[in-house]
Design a protein around this ligand. Structure first.
Ligand SMILES: Cc1cc2nc3c(=O)[nH]c(=O)nc-3n(C[C@H](O)[C@H](O)[C@H](O)COP(=O)(O)O)c2cc1C
Length: 222
């Protein structure tokens, strides 16, 4: 068995303060909205680095940390991503999505045009790894989808907490991202693309997206 160390960084709060902190956190996360119009104002890399470090603290299967992040600020790379994503999205909106999916997207007002992929200062491509290479040997990863999903949630939350707006974008299929990001290997798959930056002055939020389920609809206490 490997060493265990005493837990030294847990902070206990009085319960009234705990409730206040929980309320404040809810008020804070409620202000996160997916936006689709970004300003081209620069955001320092140091901020993105801290957010990716936060994502890397996520709980994950056997602590294999089956993720890799590629933070893209290069205008050439962003232009390539926009061009390829828009080509895919045109086919998607032209019918590949199927009627039911397109109907579900109608209230969001999304379409195949993705100028924000070039306007936003940062695109963060998240990759999931079904195996990791370590010391020349392949090691299987566990609960890959769950682990990378949680890490991506941490990333979105960290970006929001830092004061940035985000969009989760999933052009389908995303395999072109492996090539653009130089992550071509059989063990790794693009998982999600997170756009981060300042909102454009004319950024809007679809009314539909503000309608969140009530506590009684999403939770039972038993
Ligand atoms: C896995 C996933 C994929 C998504 N893909 C897209 C996408 O490709 N394009 C887009 O405009 N929004 C996308 N979204 C954003 C959702 O539309 C958005 O989260 C939802 O409408 C709720 O709005 P909110 O994030 O402002 O709360 C995606 C969200 C998730 C979690």
């Amino acid at each position: 068995m490997t060493a265990h160390l005493p837990l030294t960084d847990f902070i206990e709060y009085p319960q009234d303060e705990m409730l206040k902190r929980a309320q404040e956190n809810y008020q804070q996360v409620k202000r996160r909205h997916s936006i689709r119009a970004f300003s081209d104002r620069a955001v320092p890399q140091a901020i993105i680095e801290q957010c990716i470090l936060a994502a890397g603290t996520a709980p994950n299967g056997a602590n294999h940390q089956p993720w890799h992040f590629v933070a893209i600020s290069s205008p050439e790379k962003k232009a390539q991503i926009r061009q390829q994503a828009e080509a895919l999205e045109q086919a998607f909106y032209a019918g590949r999505a199927g009627e039911e999916w397109l109907d579900a997207l109608k209230p969001l007002g999304t379409n195949a045009s993705k100028p924000y992929l070039e306007h936003a200062p940062w695109l963060i491509a998240v990759f999931s790894q079904k195996r990791t290479e370590e010391a020349g040997a392949q090691k299987t990863n566990y609960y890959v989808h769950e682990s990378v999903g949680i890490a991506t949630g941490f990333l979105i939350q960290a970006l929001h907490h830092a004061g940035l707006a985000t969009l989760t974008h999933t052009p389908k299929p995303m395999s072109f991202l492996s090539k653009v990001c130089g992550r071509n290997n059989d063990n790794e798959r693009p998982y999600m693309l997170i756009i981060a930056g300042y909102p454009a002055e004319n950024a809007t939020v679809p009314q539909h997206a503000l309608d969140k389920k009530r506590l009684t609809e999403i939770c039972d206490f038993i």
